[in-house]
Design a protein around this ligand. Structure first.
Ligand SMILES: [Zn+2]
Ligand SMILES: [Zn+2]
Length: 466
């Protein structure tokens, strides 16, 4: 083992222990993961029992399942990647230390005696290499990576792009965390991070809305993950972790000398990988971040209220994708509203009930159009519009061998017209879309297709054919 402790900014144990997780972080991860698991399972059961009670639809929507399971998938994959990186690094790091940093980061060749062929790194790059290998522990990774990439004659092309563009963003984040940087520089870095982050998010959201059919739905379905992406810059700014002098990880006692072997406070062996750390938990900054964290977690639950405060067009645009909050239509009283207002709300309701729309979840919200029709506040044409919004069918001609078959796939949602709900009628003949031979031979109503109704209803709508 070579002794580099006087020329390296960090000790060997820090270098090798780069991916060692502090016990506290591991515990937070374990407890957090367990809480999340139990919480998600509870939400799952709560929602499925609620769905069964309302009888709207007993299957759990796919987007909810994916929203609940994505955090675990992400956690598992990142843990696996981290574990692999840790094992690789702990095999590689002692070699880097013994070669005094003179290992090409890309082809892993020892460049002390001759330069690596592919990239032209030689012993003259030693200081930049050491700074690069020590940078994760000193929190200036992007900065020292860029200096190395700029100095190397033939750094890989992809690396140059990476260090230049993504590296720029990381350097801004490092500047925000750097307590030695002057306030004006840090302020500029903060503004840069904010603008870049939100410009990128806006681009992604615009593309998803324009390109993906029903893209808005996916954006809202991203749920908590999407919300976290939106809030990410706050984590850059209120990061309570900072880098200080080296200290014993077990007891926090500051190291007196650079190559100290035994902690003078607790006697821990400081030569072990990860026994020394520079990470500091800034209590005052953490306390300052608490109200922001609470706001971040509470705001999604206030979303209905916040969206409710928006001007009508914006509010309806959002609701027509994700559905109006429960009780919205039930709380409207058409008898106190002007006819144009009633029509506006009725149109909004039809918009929600359209075939590919979010629908209207609860029965108590479905009566608005019927009520307004009874009060004479809506033109009678709305009765047919309301019926057509919830009842439709696709007709396809299927040919197998020589047989032709007409396949009708009905879609009948819960009625907006109370118990006298619309029926899908079969048997009439028309040549121009209008009724020619009236008198349907048989019909379907919502209850015929809905599983819950079929299982639980004691009486169903009588049919004309029976
Ligand atoms: Zn190389
Ligand atoms: Zn100690």
């Amino acid at each position: 083992m070579s002794d580099n402790s006087n020329t390296w900014p960090i000790s060997r144990s820090e270098l090798v222990g780069r991916y060692r997780m502090p016990n506290r972080n591991r515990n937070i991860l374990l407890i957090g993961g367990a809480v999340m698991l139990v919480g998600n399972i509870a939400v799952f059961f709560l929602i499925s029992s609620m769905l069964q009670k309302t009888g709207v639809d007993s299957t759990i929507p796919f987007w909810l399942l994916s929203t609940l399971s994505i955090p675990f998938l992400v956690l598992a994959i990142s843990l696996a990647i981290w574990w692999q990186m840790k094992s690789r690094w702990e095999a590689e790091a002692p070699r880097i230390w013994d070669a005094d940093g003179c290992i090409c980061p890309w082809c892993k060749v020892d460049v002390r005696s001759e330069p690596c062929e592919a990239h032209g790194i030689d012993a003259s790059h030693r200081d930049l290499l050491v700074a690069y290998y020590a940078s994760p522990m000193l929190d200036n990774q992007a900065e020292s990576y860029k200096r190395l990439v700029d100095a190397v004659p033939r750094s890989p092309r992809r690396t140059r792009l990476f260090a230049g563009h993504l590296g720029w963003f990381k350097r801004q984040a490092e500047t925000i965390r750097d307590h030695d940087a002057d306030p004006a520089t840090r302020k500029r870095a903060t503004i840069n991070v904010f603008l870049t982050w939100y410009a990128l998010l806006a681009c992604i959201v615009t593309i998803v809305i324009l390109v993906v059919p029903d893209g808005m739905k996916y954006i809202f379905a991203s749920g908590f993950a999407g919300w976290m992406l939106l809030m990410m810059p706050l984590f850059f700014i209120f990061n309570p972790m900072s880098i200080g002098p080296a200290k014993c990880k077990a007891c926090g006692q500051q190291c007196h000398e650079k190559d100290q072997e035994i902690c003078s406070e607790c006697g821990a062996d400081l030569r072990k990988p990860g026994a020394v750390t520079r990470k500091e938990w800034n209590k005052r900054k953490a306390v300052k971040a608490i109200p922001i964290l609470i706001a971040i977690y509470v705001l999604p639950f206030m979303m209905d209220f916040i969206v409710g405060q928006l001007p009508t067009p914006a509010r309806q645009a959002i609701w027509s994708t994700i559905g109006a909050p429960s009780g919205y239509f039930a709380n409207l009283d058409p008898s106190t509203m002007t006819p144009p207002r009633v029509e506006e709300e009725a149109n909004f309701m039809l918009q929600l009930a359209r075939p590919d729309g979010p629908g209207i979840m609860y029965n108590f919200d479905r009566g608005f159009i019927e009520q307004s029709l009874d009060l004479g506040l809506l033109p009678e044409s709305y009765r047919e519009d309301a019926a057509r919004a919830t009842v439709s069918a696709t007709i396809e001609l299927e040919e197998t061998g020589g047989d032709r078959q007409v396949v009708v796939v009905p879609r009948i949602d819960d009625s907006l017209l109370g118990n006298k709900g619309p029926r899908l009628a079969f048997g009439g003949i028309s040549i121009d879309g209008g009724p020619w031979s009236p008198g349907a031979q048989w019909t379907l109503v919502h209850q015929d297709l809905d599983e819950w109704w079929r299982a639980n209803a004691s009486s169903r709508d009588p049919r004309p054919e029976s």
